[in-house]
Design a protein around this ligand. Structure first.
Ligand code: ADP
Ligand code: MG
Length: 368
């Protein structure tokens, strides 16, 4: 693999993100086991890998949702306080969740607005005092007073925020703007995911982390998200994308990292990594059953673990038909695309396995 092609775009200037030696274990499971990652300004980097390879954990560590066991994360050269999502947001990192997180009883506009409180200046005076337990009440009182009697500066800030929200909603054409005042629980699954992306973008982040934004979306919706991400890329947004859908990865990524069992096993352009034998092995190596093409052209590379993950990814918090959900999860897309790239187009299909699962499992997964 040619290193020159896979180096960060802005290798001359200071990278936006540097991750060094990132590790996080859960009990005996080394979810992320020494990940290094650098993203240049305006670069679009993707992470792929089989289910359970540590992709979401990596995103959770970078965004401060999880605390690393070791390693460091620097944004524009400044170390981010580990395990503090608010510190990451203030520093300029915004993210979406694999399982989609919107507040059902809030409107679409409020859902986008909720991410913006960290950016308020005029409406949240004396913010530095918030860090001091004994004096915390002073900024709260000031904020409350300004909410009741807004100054011209507060009114101007509110207008600026409203315009910012409108801009992000408009990014999705007529999908969200006409529904801006509707409760999020009335939205389709795809619109809930779009709302979450709009919320992250309204922060005008230096780095946008997207954890499977197209999971559970059909082909048309996936293509639409692809166009919106391409537009973001053209606007110079720095992005770290986790995705299973190889068409998106292939069309958008400047560079792709492949994770397996918490390690980066390959890195390069999309074409380079998809042709890499280690990547193919990572996707197919744990096959439980492989039948020859003559016996039905079916490769079954999914474990029960994969299906459980995928089912929860597809429709968080709701009851899912595991077989249907597995089919819609994108895991098959990933496998098919990887195999297609590696075999020069030989047709191999992945067949979902029905597994018993419970609402409890869905709830547990939704917390990832
Ligand atoms: P991916 O996003 O690549 O599918 P994850 O990062 O979600 O993988 O998970 C990596 C590994 O860490 C898996 O074995 C998963 O079961 C485990 N894991 C992730 N989050 C937790 C958690 N909160 N508690 C226990 N184990 C976890
Ligand atoms: Mg994940």
């Amino acid at each position: 693999m040619s290193r020159s092609q896979s180096e960060p775009v802005a290798s001359g200037s200071e990278p936006v993100l540097v991750v060094r030696g990132l590790k996080r274990a859960f009990g005996g499971v080394r979810a992320v086991d020494g990940v290094d990652l650098t993203i240049g300004a305006g670069e679009f980097v993707s992470i792929i890998g089989p289910n359970g390879s540590g992709k979401s954990t990596t995103v959770n560590l970078i965004s401060g949702v999880l605390t690393p066991d070791s390693g460091e994360i620097l944004l524009h050269g400044k170390r981010i306080r580990p395990g503090r999502p608010e510190a990451a947001a203030v520093a300029g990192i915004a993210r979406t969740f694999q399982n989609g997180r919107v507040f059902g009883n809030m409107t679409v506009r409020e859902n986008v607005d909720v991410g913006l409180h960290t950016t308020l200046r005029a409406s949240r005076p004396l913010r530095a005092l918030s860090a001091l337990p004994l004096l915390r009440w002073i900024p709260l009182l000031a904020e409350f007073a300004l909410a009741l009697v807004p100054t011209p500066a507060v009114r101007a800030e509110r207008r600026e925020i409203a315009a910012r929200i409108d801009t992000q909603l408009a990014r999705f054409g007529e999908r969200l703007t006409p529904r801006a005042e509707n409760s999020a629980h009335t939205l389709s699954y795809a619109n809930r995911r779009r709302t979450e992306i709009a919320r992250a973008l309204a922060l005008e982040p230096h780095l946008l982390l997207l954890d499977e934004p197209a999971a559970g979306m059909n082909q048309t919706e996936t293509a639409e998200i692809g166009r919106q991400l391409a537009e973001l890329k053209a606007q110079g947004q720095t992005v770290l994308l986790v995705e299973h859908k190889m068409d998106l990865i292939h069309d958008l990524s400047d560079r792709v990292l492949v994770l397996d069992e918490g390690h980066v096993i390959a890195e390069g352009t999309p074409d380079e990594v998809l042709a890499d034998p280690r990547v193919i092995e990572a996707y197919l190596g744990r096959s439980r059953a492989v039948r020859s093409p003559a016996a039905g052209s079916s490769v079954d590379a999914r474990t029960a673990h994969d299906v459980q993950h995928s089912a929860a990814d597809s429709a968080p918090g709701t009851s899912i038909d595991p077989a249907a959900a597995a089919g819609a999860s994108g895991r098959t897309d990933a496998l098919d695309a990887t195999v297609a790239h590696s075999t020069g187009g030989t047709s191999v299909s992945a067949r979902p396995i029905a597994v018993a699962r419970t609402e409890g499992k869905v709830a547990a997964d939704a917390g990832q």
